[in-house]
Design a protein around this ligand. Structure first.
Ligand code: HEC
Ligand code: HEC
Length: 339
């Protein structure tokens, strides 16, 4: 009996000791990992296109030209280009008005790592599409223009820049938040009156009373503050014309220079109301929108134009409330909707 007791207490000691050992090793591994990945702690470099791209002799010319197409789109491929044959975008926006800081800002659908993510399935066309086709999607909708033909040199240059981001300045962002961090969807419809109040308080100084934006003093340079509605901005087939997508962009990026995904200024609900407000005004119309999303189940619920594979009204698709729709798609099709 005595022997048995001794054996048991030895066994307990051994178990206790090995548990302590395991815990020690565990924490050592975790901390060890931390010590050996210092690049995660690197400060985020400032985005200065002159130092980083344009006046940088390490950057190939093709990449510099791609940057100019993306960052001064109106001049290089839009209405401000003197040669009508080179005008592909139909409004005076730049790609980088929405993909901020030259497409490097986390939480503003940055282009880091995107080369590896394409080809990728697109519900809008119900097939696997290339990066070329994805950019043409933004050309025809966000830029209210036309698609580039195969082999267009402009497209090659834009993609060269996007590719260069990954090896040219990979440390610009320590945390790469792709797309837009989504908002918590309110259980109510957009209140345009509330949206207007927020707009007048937070947005009107830069984007104007009629959403018309502000041109540079030298108007040949295009917009300093881009328009949000009217005939010189994204058309009604663009992602930004969906309330949930616009709300996520706004929450993580606007007001300009005051908000980031890490440090937003508006609440989810404020971003939602103001997104509904800016999208309540007229804007250019995209043709053949009814052809989008051949499989209608895959259409984002806040797409404001039909047809849909449900019986909710077009008003509800445009302004919510969305939770009943989310519930419907989950129950009927087993699809989880977030935008
Ligand atoms: C009016 C705003 C706007 C403009 C201007 C715009 N885009 Fe976009 N772009 C979007 C939105 C919205 C998305 C979808 C983001 C999401 O839902 O995560 C997107 C997505 C993309 C994607 C895929 C991103 C990803 O993470 O999968 C690429 C690439 C892209 N745009 C390139 C461009 C290029 C190149 C231009 C100029 C020719 C351009 N965009 C102009 C709003 C815009
Ligand atoms: C201090 C000026 C300023 C304020 C305030 C501001 N914005 Fe912007 N906004 C900008 C600039 C500049 C851009 C383009 C960013 C770039 O090119 O780097 C932009 C881009 C946008 C875009 C995408 C481009 C487009 O034309 O559609 C939207 C949408 C937008 N802002 C909405 C808002 C909303 C909503 C508010 C208020 C909550 C707001 N902004 C407040 C300056 C501002």
């Amino acid at each position: 009996m005595e022997l048995y007791k001794k054996l048991v207490s030895k066994l307990i000691n051994i178990i206790a000791l090995s548990t302590i050992l395991i815990i020690v090793v565990f924490f050592w591994v975790i901390n060890h990992d931390k010590i050996w990945t210092p690049e995660l702690e690197d400060p985020i470099l400032e985005w200065n296109p002159y130092d980083l791209v344009l006046n940088n002799s390490d950057v190939p010319n093709e990449v510099k030209e791609g940057f100019l197409l993306l960052d001064s789109s109106s001049i290089y491929m839009g209405p401000l280009n003197k040669d009508p044959k080179l005008r592909y975008s139909g409004n005076n926006l730049s790609c980088t008005n929405c993909h901020l800081n030259g497409g490097t800002k986390s939480g503003a659908a940055p282009w880091f790592g995107i080369i590896d993510r394409f080809p990728q399935f697109s519900g809008r066309s119900n097939k696997v599409g290339t990066l070329f086709e994805r950019i043409n999607g933004c050309m025809e909708r966000s830029m209210n223009g036309k698609a580039f033909p195969k082999n267009a040199s402009q497209m090659k240059k834009m993609i060269a820049y996007i590719e260069w981001l990954d090896y040219g300045i990979p440390k610009l962002n320590s945390k790469k938040i792709s797309g837009y961090p989504s908002i918590e969807i309110p259980f109510k419809a957009v209140d345009k009156k509330v949206g207007e109040e927020i707009y007048l308080r937070e947005c009107v100084v830069c984007h104007g009373k009629n959403g018309e934006g502000i041109l540079y003093q030298d108007s040949k340079k295009g917009y300093q503050y881009p328009p949000l509605w009217g005939n010189d901005t994204y058309n009604d087939g663009a992602g930004m014309n969906r309330v949930l997508t616009a709300a996520a962009f706004i929450k993580n990026n606007m007001p300009y220079l005051q908000a980031s995904w890490e440090n937003p200024k508006l609440s989810d609900e404020e971003a939602y109301h103001v997104a509904g407000y800016i999208n309540s005004f007229p804007r250019p119309s995209k043709k053949n929108k009814e052809m989008d999303y051949p499989d209608k189940k895959l259409k984002p619920i806040s797409t404001p134009y039909g047809p849909w594979s449900d019986n909710f009204s077009s008003e509800q698709h445009k302004y919510g409330p969305y939770p009943p729709m989310i519930e419907y798609y989950k129950k009927t099709f087993g699809i989880k909707k977030s935008k």
